[in-house]
Design a protein around this ligand. Sequence first.
Ligand code: NDP
Length: 307
Amino acid sequence: MTDTSMGHIIDGFGYAKGLRERLAVKVAELKATQGITPCLVVVIVGEDPASQIYVKNKGESTIAVGMDSRTITLPDTTTEADLLKLIAELNADAAVNGILVQLPLPKHMSSLKVIDAIDPLKDVDGFHVENAGKLAVGLDGIVPCTPLGSLMLLKDAVKTYGGGSLAGMNAVIVGRSNIVGKPMAQLLLNQDCTVTIAHSKTKNLKELCLTADILVAAVGRPKFIAGDWVKDGAYVIDVGINRIEVDGPDGKKSKVVGDVDFDAAKPHAKAITPVPRGVGPMTIACLLNNTLHAACLQHGLPAPEGL
Ligand code: NDP
């Protein structure tokens, strides 16, 4: 008999839609009470097709919640010095509340240097070392969008299906990038989880994953986490976005899958995010959340509550 208390699917798409609706209300309030319309500027260098789609989606989503959106497209021949000059101008422009430089940048530029040129108060990706440091010491700063969205989904799932808080749970994060794995670890530590970060040199990864009450996969390898790596009753957050070729009725077609073997893991998990429609939609919703937060910080207003 199927255990109906297991295998819940965490609806990131629906949660992100609700979050965008709540944000739109807060943006309208900010406009009405303070005369402030948050403005997000996205800078894209070069013509990477995937980046262009992401940037278009970000612009449309920004406008849909009532914020101002600007996209600045630069040729891939742009020098690092020119990009730094543009960032300095945007930092100085009081009408600009959020600056996002779409990654990856062309190889002749240093992403670290470019990101650290952004005013930390306008760093809506939360990648600036000052924001990373604030997260590490538990101060109010801007938190990277994908881990923030993952945490929102996780807290909601634990509340819905487990009835409690995250405190004391064993969390294993597979992946230690600066944009996903490390900030996710800090967020879970701040929630009083016991956190382990795994990476490509980790030994006995399957056994480690089997200790996880919360398993976060941010590896970038399709279906890397097998079903029998998931402890019964675990909460599984799959951050991975991997495009693979599969056989279709008319030949090969491309499909997006996560880092977790969803079908095999689902029966073990208490709740699990699907790919697509899991963490992915939360990333843009949290970018909008961060833009609103940044606008409030810049005007000395408290961070919006109740989101
Ligand atoms: P990175 O490539 O920067 O990091 C991958 C991490 O996985 C590294 O820490 C690496 O270890 C680890 N890893 C690789 N192979 C293994 C292995 N065999 N065993 C254990 N660990 C391993 O990726 P990102 O963090 O940027 O992204 C991870 C995934 O999340 C990707 O699929 C990406 O597309 C997706 N993503 C999704 C987003 C969303 O909006 N949903 C946003 C951002 C990313 P080591 O450090 O030792 O090399």
